[in-house]
Structure formats: structure tokens, C-alpha cells
Design a protein around this ligand. Structure first.
Ligand code: 0A1
Ligand code: ZN
Length: 881
């Protein structure tokens, strides 16, 4: 492989395509190593383009066998084929038909982009630029065409043949062992939404009646024999389809909706029109093999891909810079769906944990980029937490600023105005500005400026006047390529918790009531004077996490404990406990580094005990309150000169203290929450298990043998994966014979099940012991491990790099060395997954000097490697830049 120093692609260079494609007819004859692809394109000059132009088609790792224009074979000299495309310098002046034949080898395709094989089945992945690995095409999302696909294969090898759209014909190829199917998709689409599947698959099926009474045939296809495990996914699909009708008025549009699960997949899933392709991980579930968290993820990902049918497919992106237009919006939609299916506050807390754990971290390091980047070298590296999760927050802020009804009116306008088109972020936001009759030009900065805004909030009480003034200053730190920033529009949902614990009305002096309790910040510094505020009132800031910002407020520990006990906003009640924990942990990290003894905070324990005792609170919510900030959270809050070992010790000390001080309550709850009846993945049952398992983990934190025995007993008696896995995770934190026995048992029980073995790999990679490095090295040589399967790599090496802070960041640099070695070994196999792994170094500058130097050396070893893929080179250069 050659090092590809591709030049950057810039948003400002966007030009409409010179040629449009009206229809694509594909004839694909599947063969393990010699798949023949015949493509027939109806091309016409784009009336919006500058004038006569060459036809330039993209290609990647393919060669043309024949090229014809209007049925006439072209001489080799009449076109130019290069490693990245095919150019026809002098095409006909008007519309014409271009036919190209190529041959590809799906078995050799280890990048898993284009057409490849997974467990012997054929499947495709075309987003972002995989279609060009199948045939030559203008591979850009603003070229939308109507596709008809004939798929042919050996009947034995691939009895099931699936494509986009509706099935219009099928049959045998006379005189052969082969058969075919023809699929037609009437909706114009970009080529990244093309898909086909061929293989031996079993299905769970159902029918869905849409809001206007049309019948849709649903199918979830999985490896034959695993159909039982596709039931939950199918139900989640039906719930998603109904919800999109009710919440957004969006009806499904084809006669068929198929989903296929494959074992080898670079990402989570893909929204191909009428034929979603999924990573097995987000389809297959049974009580014995999947945890409650797995079920929740399946429901969310099924919804996400389904919702793309409108936000992504019917309305797609003009170019890849607009990726958040489909991703941020669709994440927002799937979050709303899950909130409606489960508990809204618990879902919000979980989403904010993910946002802070990934996106805030990205924003604080060298890979920071705006929600809509303006330049990229490898688009695959921009499927990030910023585009997805922060992109969703930006949509949520629109709703918060405009209110539900005006937001919905904006969405409706977007759907009618842009249906069937490739749109931009400007066009999306314009729909809301128009529907709500408001100016959103300052709001656009959320798409353009990277970094997490920081709000400094100072309060001044005037007891005599009965006012509370909030002085709020916003700062957006510099990020790569953006040294200085402009103030943003920030919707700050506010509560005023009066001295008796009840909410007070929010009135601004001279302005009257604050609409929906949302202060709208627009300037670098401003003061809000609130009236009718008695002494002893505590402000509850950024309720529901109304804006993705960091808040530094002058709240005392007493104020935070007051909010932890009384805030009517469940998010901020949880937040108050987190802030208390975080302040204590940060203080103790400093104490530990200075060689002192950690401070025990009885007040904090008391605040938790009060939440535990509040029987009105849902168990799932209490479980979130009891889960103190992670090592990653603490590192992020500290921000510089980070010592992961000290963080670990401070956190352990707090966990032990909680386990000791709260033992009687935890023990009672553990018993009371015992499951009665058979396992069910519903949210309420899952919440009870979540709380029970947090209790177990805290009880075991001090390492008392009785608690370890309790975990060991739960491990062996469990009738479901949630409880078994939770017990195993608790045992994994204690270097005891029980741990090794349970790990060995787990492997033997589930050795035939790759998704479960991934849990086994991941759990061991996350053990915070010095012995883990050798353990991971050993597991990388285990027969069940393979660099060819992304799930395996993510489970073992990804978990080590992303979730084992002390061992990845070993002071001797050996953790970095292991990850760099893996990135290099993987790069020749699957550069996209290798690049993703390399992002584990994104926070290297925030480390203390010894580790910082070792991490830099690791990155430099990568940078100094000849023949790096463009994917990895891009991440490494930006990380060092
Ligand atoms: N659009 C998909 C994510 C996705 C992106 C790239 C891929 O290439 C391997 C695959 C999937 C989604 O948002 O679910
Ligand atoms: Zn998506």
C-alpha cells in the first residue's frame, strides 16, 4: 500500500456535478472471487453546470473490462482509466447511455467497503465511498438516480437475493445451477444507499400496515439457525415505524422493508434504501446472550436506521460536509424515540454521559472539528461523536429555542420542501427560521465553530429587592484552525428552587415571565436579573442539559446537596450528585499526587443515602445517581497534567467508602430487587436489574470475601446475560480465584457464540491491573481472536485503548506500544477500523509529562511508518498537528 497524501477536500470548493444520472441498471453475477458487474447508466449534462465537460467517474481498486457509449464499444484510447477513476474526455454533447463492465473479488475485500463476504454470504457497504469499489460512478451524494438491480447467484450458495426497493422479478437461469432476482427502487437515491445481499439466510417476518393503510412486508434476515434471536429487532422495527408516523407524520414508502445482519461490519448499521444492513451486534439477542444494554442499543439502532428513510434517504446530503444533516438529525430522532419507549430522564442522562465521554473529549483535543467540518482528507474519519452526538444536540437546541410546535412546523416544512433532494444545513435551518418567523443566523455558529462552550455563572442576591442576578460569561476555547470564536446562542433552561424545595416562577425584572424557563444567551457576557426570588433560593442551571456546554457556577457544596435532594428536574438532580462527586474526586486526585491521605466526605455519602431512600424514584434512575463519574470523566474535568493512576486510586477510594458506609442499605436493596418471574427486557425490569447490579458492585468494592462470594453466586445462578455479565464484571475487578474460575466458565459456556465471546474479550481488556497487558497480548493470539473481524478488534484492543485508563496509559509506554502495533498490523487489512483505533491517542496532550512523551513517541512511530493508509495517516497527522 502506498502512503496516500491526498489533498484536502474543501466545502468552499463545492461545485454541482457536470453530469447527472437518471437511471442505473445493474446486472451483478455473484461469484466468490470473480463477481461480474455490468452497469448501464443514463447520463445527461447537468443544466446547472458550467458547460460541456468530461465525464469523470470515481473508481477504487477496479478496472474496466469494457466500456460502451450508446451500445458502441469504445476504443481503449477514448477513455482514461486510473487507480481512482475513469474519465471520458470527449463524451457526446447530450444525454447518452454508458455501459461499463467490471469484475471484482468479494472474497479478497478485507476493507469491508464495497461488495464483500461475511461468513460466506455476500453483502455491500457503500457509505461513504464504497460504491466506487463495485463499479465506476460519480460517487457523490448529490447525484441521485433510480436503480434497477438484477442479482444472479448460484442457488445453493445464495438462495436468498435481496436488493433495494421492491422485488419485480425472480427465477432460475435455465440450464444452470443459478437463479436471479430483480429489484427496482423507484425513489431516486445517491449511490451510497445502494445495497445487495446474497446468501443462506433465515428470516423473521411480519407485516406492517401504514397510517394510510398500505401493507409492508417486513423481514429481518440472519444467519440460518439464529432466527429466534431476531424477534426483538423485528418488534423494535414495528415500534419505530409506528412512532415515526405519530411523532413526525412520516409514513414508510415501499412494499418491503428488509434488514440483514452480518458478522463482519465496520460500523453499527447502514440505512440502505429498503435494505438496512446491520452488524450482528445490533440485531441478535436472547436473554441468555444479550444484556439489557444490548437490547436498548438494538432498539435504538433499529430506530436510527429506519428513521434515516426520511432523514437521509428521501432527503439526503448535498455533499459529505453536510453529514450532520442526516446523522445529527437522525440521532435526535432516535433519542426521542427511546425516550418515549423508556424513561426520558434516564435516557437523557445516558445520552449526556455518552456526549461528555466522547464528544467533549474530542472537542478538547487535536481532533476537534465543527459539527459541519469545512475540510477533510478522509471522510470515513468524520463519522464522529461531534457529527452524530453534538449534531443531535444542535437539533435539540432548535427545539428548545423554538418550542415544540414551531419546531414541528419547521420539520414539516423541511420534509415537504426538500423531499427527493440533496440538501444543505443552511436549507435545513432556513425551514425553522421561516416556520417560526425568527432569525437563526447566529445559531448557525453551532455548525461552524468547534469546541465546547464554557459558561461562568456568578450570582448576586439582593435580599431587600428580592432579586437574584445571574452574570453569565461564555467562552469558547480555541480549537485546531479556529484560534478565536464568536459568542453563540445558548438556550439555558433555568429553574429556581426555593428555600422549601419547590420551584419558583421565573420572571426577569423589566421583561416579565421567561418563556418556558429558557434564558437565551447571545453575548460574551450578560446579566439576567430575576425578580421575586427569596433568600435561600438555589438556581438550577441548564436543566435537562438544554445546551451542550460546561458550567462553572459558584454553587457551594450545600447548594449542590440541596439540589440533589430537591431539584424537580431529574437531570439536574443527578447532575448535582455528579458535581459533588467530581469535586471530591478531583480534590483527592491532587491529594494522592502530593502523597497525602484522601478526604472522606460524609456529606456526599449522606446525599447518596437520601437518594437511595427515596422510594418514589425509579430504580433505573437511582442506578444512574449511584454511578459516580468514570475515570474518563474525571480526567476530562481535570483537563491537563492528567495522571490516570491517581485518578484510579481516588475513584477506588470513593467506591470503597460508599461500599462500606452504605453496605446495609445496599444489601437490603440487593435482596429486595431480586427478579421474580422470567426475564423480560422491558425498561422497568431492566432498571431493577441495573440498580441491583450497581448495589452488588459497590458492596464488592471494598473486597470483602462475603461480597465476592455474593457476586460469584450471582454469576453461576443467573438465568440471563445481564446478571451474569454484571457479576462477572464485578468479579473482574478483584484479583481472586473466583475471577479466573468465572472467566474460564464463561468461555466454555459461550465459546460458540462470537458476540458473547466479544464480551469476554472486552471485560478482560478492561481489568485495571498491571497484568492486563500480558493478558491482552495472550488473548490477541487466542484462536477466537481475528484482526479480520472489526467486532473482535474493538472488543479486545478497542476496549483496552478506550476503556482501560490505567493500563493503556501505563507509565512505561507499553500500553501505547501494544495499540500502535495493532494499528500497524490492522492497517493493511482494514484501514477504516485501524484509523478508528488510532483515535485512542486523541487526549495525549492532556497527560502528565512522562505519559505524554510516551504517547507522542507512539504517534510518531505511526507517523514515521512508510505506506500508511490515508485513513490512519489523517488521524495521526491531525493528532500530532
Ligand atoms: N450511516 C450509518 C453509519 C455508517 C457509516 C459508514 C459506514 O461505512 C462502513 C457504515 C455505516 C449510520 O449512521 O447508521
Ligand atoms: Zn445514521
Amino acid at each position: 500500500m502506498r502512503t496516500e497524501h491526498a489533498r484536502p477536500i474543501r466545502l468552499s470548493d463545492y461545485r454541482p456535478p457536470d453530469w447527472l444520472v437518471d437511471t442505473v441498471d445493474l446486472d451483478i453475477a455473484l461469484h466468490p472471487t470473480r463477481t461480474r458487474v455490468r452497469s448501464r447508466l443514463r447520463l445527461r449534462p447537468n443544466p446547472q453546470a458550467a458547460g460541456p465537460a468530461a465525464v469523470v467517474l470515481d473508481g477504487d481498486d477496479i478496472t474496466p473490462l469494457s466500456v460502451r457509449i450508446d451500445g458502441v464499444p469504445m476504443a481503449d484510447s477514448a477513455y482514461l482509466a486510473t487507480p481512482d477513476g475513469l474519465t471520458i474526455p470527449q463524451p457526446p454533447a447530450g444525454p447518452f447511455v454508458l455501459e461499463i463492465e467490471t469484475e471484482i473479488d468479494p472474497s479478497a475485500n478485507t476493507k469491508l467497503m464495497g461488495l464483500y463476504r461475511s461468513s460466506g454470504n455476500y453483502c455491500t457497504q457503500c457509505e461513504a465511498e464504497g460504491f466506487r469499489r463495485i463499479t465506476f460512478f460519480p460517487d457523490r451524494p448529490d447525484v441521485m438516480a433510480v436503480y434497477t438491480t438484477r442479482i444472479e447467484a448460484d442457488r445453493d450458495e445464495a438462495p436468498v437475493l435481496l436488493g433495494n426497493g421492491n422485488l419485480i422479478e425472480q427465477g432460475d437461469v435455465p440450464g444452470t445451477t443459478r437463479h436471479f432476482a430483480v429489484w427496482h427502487d423507484p425513489f431516486p437515491k445517491p449511490c451510497y444507499l445502494f445495497a445487495l445481499v446474497g446468501g443462506r439466510l433465515g428470516a423473521r417476518t411480519a407485516t406492517f400496515t401504514t397510517m394510510s393503510g398500505r401493507t409492508v412486508a417486513l423481514g429481518v434476515y440472519v444467519e440460518s439457525g439464529k432466527e429466534e434471536r431476531a424477534g426483538y429487532a423485528l418488534e423494535a422495527l414495528e415500534r419505530s415505524m409506528r412512532w415515526d408516523e405519530q411523532a413526525f407524520g412520516r409514513e414508510y414508502d415501499l412494499d418491503v422493508f428488509n434488514i440483514v445482519a452480518v458478522a463482519d461490519f465496520n460500523m453499527g448499521a447502514m440505512e440502505n434504501k429498503g435494505l438496512n444492513i446491520f452488524n450482528d451486534k445490533y440485531i441478535l439477542a436472547s436473554p441468555e446472550t444479550a444484556t439489557d444494554a444490548d437490547y436498548a442499543h438494538i432498539e435504538a439502532v433499529i430506530a436510527h436506521e429506519y428513521f434515516h428513510n426520511w432523514t437521509g434517504n428521501r432527503i439526503t446530503c448535498r455533499d459529505w460536509f453536510q453529514l450532520c444533516l442526516k446523522e445529527g438529525l437522525t440521532v435526535f430522532r432516535d433519542q426521542e424515540f427511546s425516550s418515549d419507549m423508556r424513561s426520558r430522564p434516564v435516557k437523557r442522562i445516558a445520552d449526556v454521559r455518552v456526549l461528555r465521554g466522547h464528544q467533549f473529549v474530542e472537542d478538547a483535543g487535536p481532533l476537534a472539528h465543527p459539527v459541519r467540518p469545512d475540510t477533510y482528507r478522509e471522510i470515513n474519519n468524520f463519522y464522529t461523536a461531534t457529527v452524530y452526538e453534538k449534531g443531535a444536540e444542535v437539533v435539540r437546541m432548535l427545539e428548545t429555542l423554538l418550542g415544540r410546535e414551531r419546531f414541528r412546523a419547521g420539520m414539516d416544512l423541511y420534509f415537504t420542501r426538500h423531499d427527493g433532494r440533496a440538501a444543505t444545513v443552511e436549507e435545513f435551518v432556513a425551514c425553522f427560521a421561516e416556520a417560526a418567523g425568527t432569525d437563526l443566523s447566529q445559531f448557525m455558529l453551532w455548525y461552524a465553530q468547534a469546541g465546547t462552550p464554557e459558561l461562568a455563572v456568578t450570582r448576586r442576591d439582593d435580599a431587600q429587592a428580592g432579586t437574584l442576578s445571574l452574570e453569565i460569561a461564555q467562552v469558547l476555547p480555541p480549537t485546531p484552525g479556529q484560534p478565536s470564536k464568536l459568542p453563540m446562542v445558548i438556550p439555558l433552561a433555568l429553574g429556581l428552587v426555593g428555600p422549601d424545595g419547590d420551584d419558583l416562577p421565573i420572571r426577569r425584572a423589566g421583561h416579565g415571565p421567561v418563556e418556558r424557563g429558557v434564558l437565551v444567551l447571545t453575548r460574551a457576557a450578560e446579566t439576567f436579573v430575576l425578580e421575586g426570588v427569596p433568600a435561600g433560593t438555589v438556581p438550577s442551571l441548564n436543566r435537562g442539559f438544554s445546551a451542550p456546554v460546561k458550567i462553572n457556577a459558584d454553587l457551594t457544596s450545600d447548594d449542590l446537596r440541596f439540589l440533589a435532594a430537591h431539584d424537580s428536574d431529574p437531570f439536574n438532580r443527578w447532575q448535582a450528585v455528579q458535581t459533588l462527586a467530581s469535586e471530591l474526586l478531583i480534590e483527592n486526585v491532587a491529594v494522592i499526587r502530593a502523597g497525602g491521605a484522601v478526604r472522606h466526605d460524609g456529606g456526599f455519602v449522606h446525599a447518596l443515602a437520601a437518594v437511595l431512600a427515596d422510594e418514589r424514584l425509579a430504580p433505573a434512575y437511582v442506578a444512574q445517581v449511584l454511578s459516580i463519574p468514570s475515570e474518563g470523566d474525571i480526567a476530562r474535568d481535570i483537563g491537563r497534567d492528567v495522571d490516570p493512576e491517581a485518578i484510579y486510586l481516588a475513584r477506588q477510594a470513593l467506591r470503597r467508602a460508599l461500599g462500606n458506609d452504605l453496605a446495609p442499605t445496599l444489601r437490603i436493596l440487593y435482596e429486595r430487587l431480586r427478579q421474580d418471574g422470567p426475564y423480560s427486557p422491558d425498561a422497568a425490569s431492566a432498571g431493577r436489574r441495573a440498580l441491583r447490579n450497581v448495589c452488588l458492585d459497590l458492596l464488592a468494592a471494598p473486597g470483602h470475601p462475603a461480597a465476592i462470594a455474593l457476586a460469584a453466586a450471582q454469576y453461576s445462578e443467573a438465568d440471563n446475560m445481564t446478571d451474569r455479565m454484571a457479576a462477572l464484571a464485578t468479579l473482574a475487578l478483584h484479583d481472586t480465584p473466583e475471577r479466573e474460575a468465572a472467566l474460564a466458565d464463561f468461555f466454555e459456556r459461550f465459546r460458540a457464540d462470537p458476540l458473547v465471546i466479544d464480551k469476554w474479550f472486552a471485560l478482560q481488556a478492561m481489568i485495571p491491573d498491571p497484568g492486563t497487558l500480558d493478558r491482552v497480548r495472550g488473548l490477541a493470539a487466542h484462536p477466537a481472536f481475528s484482526l479480520a473481524n472489526p467486532n473482535r478488534v474493538r472488543a479486545l484492543i478497542g476496549s483496552f485503548a478506550q476503556a482501560n485508563h490505567t493500563q493503556f496509559n501505563r507509565a512505561d509506554g507499553e500500553g501505547y506500544r501494544l495499540v500502535v502495533d495493532t494499528v500497524l498490523a490492522l492497517d493493511g487489512v482494514n484501514p477504516q477500523v485501524a484509523a478508528r483505533l488510532a483515535t485512542a491517542f486523541r487526549s495525549w496532550r492532556a497527560l502528565e509529562p512522562t505519559r505524554r512523551a510516551a504517547a507522542r513517541a507512539g504517534l510518531e512511530r505511526l507517523a514515521g511508518t512508510a505506506s500508511l493508509s490515508r485513513d490512519v495517516a489523517d488521524i495521526v497527522e491531525r493528532s500530532l498537528g
